[in-house]
Design a protein around this ligand. Structure first.
Ligand code: NAP
Ligand code: GCO
Length: 262
């Protein structure tokens, strides 16, 4: 038997996570740092990158941060080049950066629909395209796309987001199909409803959504970012080398459950 707990270690690996100043990306970065990875992240402004570096420092992590808009292919290409020169080529990429616009579809402007698709779907394509060549050269790598319940389900007001996250599920499967031959694994994590700034509006006191989600979640609670740490380390490590094109839902059982009986 070859398996040891070291198969979950990430020592010496360069890990790039997008939009990871706080929220899900930040927590995933902290968990991979705990497993030994070198943390590199990006965000949109110097201010948010500085905030991120500070947040990592407070967590005892020396992270390297760069300004980069993940929808801008030129900025992404130079980001990946800079990381290669200053840290090393990317071994693990987590496409975490994302936005949501909650608007009834017939009231949504096409420009807003396109912006959500751009950040949540086109950007993961741009990021993966930028890191894959080096991963092929070095004999392998890991790409993890942060999907969603909306990779499987729709709901009112999130047409753009659901279209993007559904597409991200299929992009994940396609990267796995096209690059599995180079020992590159591309999987997704599909968080349920997690307490982050992105869902804060849904958790306002008295917002009916809170009751709704608790009634749809067998675990009967909102998820915490910490619930994503172990699944992320698993998919980033040697322990998942034969897992490819899989979306690992970390949702407390939402997708398995019809909902609390009346
Ligand atoms: P969040 O708190 O809103 O954080 C998203 C991060 O992405 C922010 O730091 C944001 O930067 C950054 N970002 C947005 N557009 C960017 C761009 N063009 N370039 C670079 N960075 C950009 O979100 P979250 O709740 O942690 O979610 C993280 C990921 O998980 C997203 O993909 C989301 O769709 C997904 N997800 C969330 C939940 C949930 O319940 N929270 C569940 C399932 C999936 P700023 O700080 O400048 O805004
Ligand atoms: C919403 C929420 C969800 C979560 C997440 C669920 O408005 O329904 O924001 O989309 O963010 O994606 O997995």
């Amino acid at each position: 038997m070859d398996f040891t707990m070291n198969d979950f270690r990430l020592d010496g690996k360069v890990f790039l996570v997008t939009g990871a100043v706080y929220g899900i990306g930040f927590e995933i970065a902290c968990s991979l740092a705990e497993a030994g990875a070198r943390i590199v992240f990006n965000n949109l402004t110097q201010e948010s990158v500085d905030l991120g570096i500070d947040n990592y420092k407070k967590a005892g992590i020396e992270a390297k941060g760069y300004i980069c808009d993940v929808t801008n292919e030129q900025q992404v290409q130079s980001l990946v080049e800079k990381i290669k020169l200053e840290v090393g080529s990317v071994d693990i990429l987590v496409n975490n950066a994302g936005i949501i616009k909650r608007t009834p579809m017939i009231e949504m402007e096409a420009v807003d629909f396109r912006q959500v698709i751009d950040v949540d779907l086109t950007a993961p394509f741009i990021m993966a395209k930028a890191v894959l060549p080096e991963m092929i050269k070095k004999g392998g790598g890991k790409i993890i796309n942060i999907c969603s319940m909306m990779s499987e389900l729709g709901r009112e007001t999130v047409s753009a987001y659901a279209a993007a996250k559904g597409g991200l599920k299929m992009l994940t499967k396609n990267i796995a199909s096209e690059y599995g031959q180079y020992n590159i694994q591309c999987n997704g994590i599909g968080p349920g409803y997690i307490e982050t700034p992105q869902t804060a509006p849904l958790r306002e006191p008295g917002h009916p959504f809170n009751e709704f989600i608790l009634g749809r979640t067998p675990a009967n609670r909102w998820g915490e970012t910490a619930d994503l740490a172990g699944p992320a380390v698993f998919l980033a490590s040697k322990a998942s080398d034969f897992v490819n094109g899989h979306i690992l839902y970390v949702d407390g059982g939402i997708l398995a459950y019809l909902g609390k009986q009346p």
